[in-house]
Write a protein that binds this ligand. Structure first.
Ligand SMILES: CNc1nc2cc3nc[nH]c(=O)c3cc2[nH]1
Length: 373
């Protein structure tokens, strides 16, 4: 077990990379997908089940936990790992993105943001310094800089102004983070879809120096074509020897396309949220389990899947418990979706290691039928 945080690049295939991030709480195999554990739980999953799907690391949300139960209470109770019974690595985001998408009555200044809680309307402030303090109280292994993620579409002036504010906040985040062996601080590249601003942001972050670099400002409604267009150049300016984390992505084909463009880590609520709304991801495409055509279908969701849902239950059963609004529906479908997302990651890690990523991608796309299956 290492006391330090380090990234080992094991192999590359084109722009795709595979490696291992070593942390005091265990290793993270890359490319890695992080299930989202918003309020100290990956919804509908026990932590041991999250691990059983193949996850090495999960994500916690600063915004939600600072409001309820508060970072101070989690610290008094031994930190987030102990609190939620997950002893492997946790990455926490810095809160800015959730403030802009969830909170009420927001006021943005050079200092930070003030806002009203979406839970009880109480007033709060987030600054780079406060975000670092909260993430330290939570005990997270990978801390994210406090940044501002502009809504797209936005004009170039707005994108530049926002990116430059985030770069000043990145420097303040680094200053406030201090020197914490075994813990990592990741900078977040901004710049919208503008190649010149993306390069300027990367240069600013490298000047400050971070343990890893996120590509932020994407998966905000720009669509896959625009996102991939940005990913065709944005990661190129980031250090090759540090992990690259694309925030908030995504659907299976988004994930594959991002890895093909040099991304090492991703997170998304899609597999868990979809597990609760009956949307099931399979190697042949999406199954909407609420569709009446499944009512008498004795087959599993996916014959080739080894998860508990596919091993022990029929589509007819899963259709029934979804329609009956039974809790086991969210449990089984979430488990399946997370299992499938981790299977995609393992497939890519193996293919990149073997130099067969092109063929793997071709097979991945060939298997996907259109629409419901
Ligand atoms: C679901 N899409 C999405 N989730 C995000 C989280 C983020 N956090 C910090 N900074 C970001 O730019 C950022 C962008 C994001 N896009």
């Amino acid at each position: 077990m290492t006391e330090r945080f380090s990234f080992e690049l094991k192999a590359t295939d084109g722009k795709a990379r595979t490696g291992v991030i070593n942390t005091p709480r265990g290793e993270i195999r890359t490319p890695a997908f992080m299930p989202v554990g918003t309020a100290a739980t990956v919804k509908a999953m026990m932590p041991e089940s999250v691990r059983a799907t193949g996850a090495d690391i999960l994500l916690g949300n600063t915004y939600h936990l600072m409001l309820r139960p508060t970072a101070e209470r989690i610290d008094r109770l031994g930190g987030l790992h102990k609190f939620m019974n997950w002893d492997r690595p946790i990455l926490t985001d810095s809160g800015g993105f959730q403030v802009m998408s969830l909170a009420g009555l927001r006021k943005l200044t050079e200092k930070g943001v003030t806002f009203k809680s979406h839970i009880d309307g109480s007033k709060h402030e987030l600054t780079p310094e406060r975000s670092m303090e909260i993430q330290k109280l939570l005990g997270s292994d990978i801390v994210m800089c406090f940044d501002e993620c502009p809504a797209l579409p936005a004009d170039r002036d707005r994108i530049a102004e926002s990116m430059r504010l985030s770069m000043r906040w990145a420097a303040r985040s680094k200053e406030a983070f201090g020197d914490r062996p075994g813990h990592a601080l990741f900078g977040i590249q901004q710049g919208g879809l503008e190649a010149d601003f993306r390069e300027e942001s990367a240069e600013a972050l490298k000047e400050i120096g971070f343990d890893g670099y996120a590509v932020g400002g994407l998966a905000v409604g720009e669509g896959q074509e625009a996102m991939f267009g940005c990913l065709d150049h944005a990661p190129d300016h980031l250090p090759k020897d540090k992990p690259r984390y694309l925030m908030g992505v995504g659907k299976p084909d988004d994930i594959v396309g991002a890895v093909a463009r040099g991304i090492d880590m991703m997170d998304c609520v899609l597999p868990s949220r979809s597990g609760r709304t009956g949307q099931v991801f399979t190697r042949r495409g999406v199954v909407n389990i609420k569709n009446a055509r499944h009512a008498d279908d004795p087959r599993p969701l996916d014959e080739a899947c080894s998860c508990p849902a596919c091993s022990n239950y029929s589509r007819a059963y899963l259709h029934h418990v979804y329609r009956s609004n039974e809790m086991i529906s969210g449990m089984l479908l979430t488990w399946h979706n997370l299992h499938y997302f981790q299977e995609i990651m393992q497939g890519m890690r193996d293919a990149i290691g073997a130099g067969t990523f092109e063929d793997w991608q071709a097979e991945f796309h060939a298997q996907r039928a259109q629409g419901d299956i």
